[in-house]
Design a protein. Sequence first.
Lengths: 90, 253
Amino acid sequence: MTVLQIAALAAVAVGGAAVVLAPDPLRQVVVLGIYGLSLTMLFFVFQDPDVALSEIVVSTVGLPVMVLLALRKVAEQQRQRKEQEQGDES
Amino acid sequence: LSRRARLSLFALAGGGLAAVMVIAFTGLPDFGAYHGVYGRVIDGIGVHLRHGTDLITLLNFDVRAFDTLGEEFILFASVLGIVLILRQLRGEREEPHEEEAQGEHRFAGASAALRALALGLIPTILVVGAYIVVHGQITPGGGFQGGVILATGPLGAFLAGRYLRMKAIAPHLLTEWGDAIGAAGYALLGLSGLVFAGIFLKNYIPLGIPGHLLSGGQLDVASVFVGLEVSGAFLVAWTQFLDQAMVVKGGQR
């Protein structure tokens, strides 16, 4: 194992923990993207450029876009529900 | 169980698991040690056999092309599921948000620099994606990787604050047809192998010279079909999500 490989493994371990420990879903998405980048580095230094290419696009663009949009929709529905409840009370 | 009892149970189980894991990991073969035969055989005869220099693509689109057919339809079916679940539900009205009505969404106020960068990236991303799709048999990459990169191109228009403009670049009809034609094309490539070579997905296309753009026989054709399918699938999925977030109002009541 080279230094690069050990560094990439360590980055993945730290990144994975950071994703789990991130408190707010919105920030979690950003951390998830960075974690994906560290996974990309891992695949690259372990000599699998094909998987690294897939990982970099899916983890930094593909997944965050879907999660962010879902979060936005959920926030919107919560806001609407709150407005409706306030309307019922008054 | 009290908190104390649960914690001690966890400590016991966690400690045991950690010990077993340490024993297992110390017994692993060294990195790079490979005792199989299959990989060595492919390494040895792959390039000579199919004239493709990226052996991963050679495996995916020729030696194990049938597995890829299944994988492709997994993606196809999951996107179909997204479309089915996110179809316009009762109680939802499709109308652009106020910001959308002005042709821009709420991030549009950002900056001219972001807009210029995002719009300038679109052609670059498309070229890189197309390059990776068609060079799948020569260098790392191929249909899937290139397809996802291609799909991220139109997202640049969304980042620039113009979602409706993104739908103009990548309309529903186009992305859905891309998805469908890509999926069907791969299956038809397999069927044509059955017709011309007698075996499903067997290569019958001239192999060309290793390292050239048009080499590797069916590798390039399969790569293009998969690229079309993947980029279409991702765009269909993203457009569904974007529609929900940007255009469809309301929701479960």
